[in-house]
Write a protein that binds this ligand. Structure first.
Ligand SMILES: Cc1ncc(COP(=O)(O)O)c(C=O)c1O
Length: 494
């Protein structure tokens, strides 16, 4: 039977070049090697460079999505043999699948320190869906206030706007959260304040605000707290704490595709009592106990909030990934990523012509996850990203990272300039859209990869790149002249 049971044996933190796996032998594959990096699907995959050579791909875009872990892939293959309808099926395979799905909930709950008896783990597509669900289910009334921050991803900002008066906490000059301002605003709006919605870690600068401290302030003001853990969960251990204690995190959301399990799942975690109240935002099969032509009795949470047939494979993938992360230990993950950050910031800081945003300090790593935003002097951010990709085989991300207000703030773009950019965009010209390049690390990246990345940046700074990059104004992207996208299908075709 496919049973996913959380293992709690945690390795002591280490910060070597590769995170070792626990001496754990998966029953179905005793030959698995001992490094977490070796467990990444596609880690050896080479990609073509502009000069025709091949190079092993370097993925520094983990803040967007991580690759899958092989034990996740294995677990899914195993489950597919047993896959059948969940919840409503009566056959043996249905019972196996249902059991696996419900085990996945328990594993996710344990991963964030939540009690499965009292907390609902609601599976959905991703963090964005989770925040929208919470916003729809919160029962906000006219005049209610939600406090968030100026460094949020749009997914933890836009869902609140139509439903409440949204107040934004200020930032420090380095882009970290101004907690003094946040505290002041929480006290100022006490009475009307219903919720503080804050990222556990920024997807742009990696800064991690003190979420438990913020929870204490929110609770003291009679409000609840939601933590968008899309960026926090892959990088740090999370413990929502004891319900009813001041530092308790009332609601939390995460995305599996940022946690080595890209199979379309996210989770919203919060108390069952809360989700027992009110009606689901999506109605339909699965959400109900009894339906008559005139009446509906809703299911208990979490089913009440999971309309339609659930993504069993996605949920199991997330749980399987969590099992691996727990095996290696989130302490080891954090230590390795700090090691990478220190190494990268030291190297990048020595490059004349590279501007680092957020904190460039290689010794300030306790309040940030592995994200480095930067620009190269005199070169548009999309061109830097293009050269890294086409000539270095390095995947990064550039642009505004779904955090437009934050990026404008970090770059010091004036309102007038922003208006001009907006006008140009309306005229189908994105060539002047401000932005940054972002390198973001996963627990499997290495300092060798950082060396290649820094060397490529050095070449870019020296003008030592081969392509003749052509700007496409409507998209703002740069492509080397002569690049034929047909090559993509030579590598994968449906
Ligand atoms: C901080 C943060 N919140 C929310 C999201 C949205 O996550 P998803 O696209 O998985 O819904 C992201 C995605 O990058 C993020 O970084």
């Amino acid at each position: 039977m496919v049973r996913l049971v959380a293992t709690h044996s945690i390795r002591p933190p280490g910060c070597g070049e590769r995170i070792p796996m626990q001496p754990h032998t998966p029953p179905n594959n005793p030959t698995r090697s001992a490094s977490l990096r070796d467990q990444i699907v596609g880690i050896e995959r080479e990609v073509p460079l502009l000069d025709g050579s091949m190079r092993r791909y370097i993925n520094f875009d983990n803040a967007a999505s991580t690759p899958a872990l092989r034990p996740v892939q294995d677990k899914l293959n195993e489950l597919l043999e047993w896959y059948a309808s969940v919840h409503r099926g009566t056959g043996f395979k249905s019972m196996v699948s249902t059991e696996a799905y419900e085990d996945a909930r328990r594993i996710v709950a344990a991963f964030v320190g939540a009690d499965s008896e009292t907390s609902a783990v609601i599976f959905g597509k991703n963090t964005t869906e989770a925040v929208n669900k919470l916003a729809a289910r919160f029962g906000l009334q006219p005049g209610d206030v939600v406090i968030t921050t100026q460094f949020e991803h749009h997914s933890n900002d836009l869902p609140w706007r139509p439903r409440a008066e949204v107040v934004y906490a200020e930032l420090n000059p380095d882009g970290s959260l101004d907690v003094v301002d946040l505290h002041r605003k929480i006290e100022q709006y006490a009475g009307r304040l219903r919720l503080v919605a804050v990222s556990g870690a920024s997807n742009v600068t990696g800064f991690m605000p003190p979420i438990h401290q913020i929870a204490e302030w929110a609770h003291a003001a009679g409000a609840l707290i939601f933590v968008d853990a899309a960026q926090l969960a892959p990088h740090r251990a999370i413990d929502v704490g004891e319900p009813g204690t001041p530092g308790y995190i009332d609601f939390l959301a995460l995305s599996a595709h940022k946690m080595y399990a890209p199979f379309g799942t996210g989770a919203l975690i919060g108390s069952k009592d809360f989700f027992r109240r009110g009606e689901p935002d999506y109605r339909g099969g699965g959400t109900v106990e009894i339906v008559t032509l005139g009446d509906v009795e809703w299911s208990d949470p979490p089913e009440r909030d999971e309309a339609g047939s659930p993504n069993v494979l996605g949920a199991v993938a997330l749980a399987a990934s969590i099992r691996v992360l727990e095996q290696v230990g989130m302490g080891a993950v954090a230590a390795h990523e700090k090691h990478l950050m220190r190494y990268a910031l030291n190297k990048l800081g020595a490059l004349d012509g590279v501007t680092l945003y957020g904190s460039p300090d290689p010794d300030r790593l306790d309040d940030r996850v592995g994200v480095i935003p930067f620009n190269v002097e005199g070169m548009p951010h999309p061109k830097v990203a293009a050269i890294l990709g086409y000539e270095g085989g390095i995947g990064v991300r550039n642009g505004c990272f779904c955090a437009h207000p934050y990026i404008l703030r970090l770059l010091g773009v004036s309102d007038e300039d922003a208006q001009q950019v907006r006008a140009a965009m309306h005229a189908r010209d994105r060539s002047s859209v401000p932005g940054l390049v972002r390198a973001s690390f996963g627990c499997y990246n290495t300092t060798d990869e950082i060396d290649t990345f820094v060397e490529m940046l050095g070449r870019i700074l020296d003008g030592d790149y081969k392509g003749d990059y052509v700007l496409d104004r409507p998209t703002g992207d740069y492509t080397p002249r002569g690049f034929d996208p047909a090559i993509l299908r030579q590598h994968f075709e449906l």
